[in-house]
Ligand binder design. Structure first.
Ligand code: CP
Length: 309
């Protein structure tokens, strides 16, 4: 893999970059089986997590990943920062760069902010989710989880169900899976699924079409209420129309399909309770694999080199 400073989108990566990061994630996961779950790869390096939007999985996963590589981690907490006094992103970055960070992991509600920060500083910048644009580390952990389950991604069928239009996960994960040879389809509420001409991804319209298509993986998305101007329809109606109900779960079980979800899961909306206990529900695998994928991403980026995005 050529030296690369930042990870902003899947689009910016070569096939070699994608395969290298995925393959190393397997080696990183082997570290989890050791009694000392730590290697010195990033000893002496500084990692800052800079999250302007809430996160449970991504932030803690990057922090655990950085600790397991022996980096020093600083957490920027928005609620107690000077951002609440009106400090701009630009000034916050200048302040934080004076602290000579090597890696900055950024989440922001506005698309494009991680790329702006990447151009502005020498640190390696990792996009941890920007608006409805991209979530590349999620794409890696999703691809890794499917590869771990099925051995091979090429030829697998994955349907992504829900609010595609506002989902950075749908954009990044569908792209990496297609680059790796999977067949991907979208299904969801009419106004929230862009037409195939815009995405290049086939659209299914009903659950019956989904079951006829016979996906290996059904990937549910959270409704992005924070990115929708007017209120969406009630949770119970959404569950009946687009969620994995108990009746649909029985069909999923009968066909041995896997269920994935990036989290946070809204029980009773995207997934019924029983779906979370289903043996082929891979949600916890995704969380564990997120640490390995993010260790690999951190390991392969090179602070101080030119930005590629
Ligand atoms: N999947 C994901 O991005 O989850 P968080 O919002 O909890 O980080």
């Amino acid at each position: 893999m050529k030296p690369r400073k930042d990870l902003i989108t899947i689009e910016s990566l070569s096939d070699e970059d994608i395969h290298t990061i995925l393959d190393s994630a397997t080696a990183m996961k082997e570290i989890f089986t050791k009694s000392v779950k730590k290697v010195p790869a990033l000893k002496g390096k500084s990692v800052l997590t800079l999250f302007y939007e809430p996160s449970t999985r991504t932030r803690s996963s990057f922090e655990v990943a950085a600790h397991r590589l022996s980096a020093d981690v600083t957490t920027f907490t928005l609620a107690t920062s000077s951002v609440v006094k009106g400090e701009s992103v630009h000034d916050t970055i200048d302040t934080l760069m004076s602290m000579k960070m090597d890696y900055i992991i950024v989440r922001h509600k506005n698309s494009g902010i991680p790329a702006v920060i990447a151009r502005h500083c020498n640190a390696s910048v990792i996009n941890a989710g920007d608006g409805a644009h991209a979530h590349p580390s999620q794409a890696f952990l999703d691809a890794f989880t499917i590869r771990e389950k099925y051995g091979e991604i090429a030829g697998r069928r994955v349907v992504i169900v829900g609010d595609i239009r506002h989902s950075r996960v749908a954009r990044s994960t569908s792209l990496i899976l297609r680059r790796l040879g999977a067949q991907v389809a979208f299904m969801g509420p009419g106004s929230l699924v862009p037409p195939k001409e815009h995405t290049g991804v086939a659209r299914l319209h009903t659950w019956d079409e989904v079951f006829t298509w016979k996906p290996d993986v059904i990937y549910l998305l959270r409704v992005q209420n924070e990115r929708i101007d007017s209120p969406f329809f009630p949770a119970a109606d959404y569950h009946q129309a687009f969620g994995v109900t108990e009746e649909r779960l029985r069909r999923i079980e009968a066909q041995g399909m896997s269920i994935m979800h990036p989290g946070p899961v809204n029980r009773g909306v995207e997934l019924c309770d029983a779906a979370m206990d289903y043996e082929n529900c891979l949600v916890c695998n995704q969380v564990e694999n997120g640490i390995a994928a993010r260790m690999s991403i951190l390991y392969h980026l090179t602070p101080g080199t030119l930005s590629h995005d």
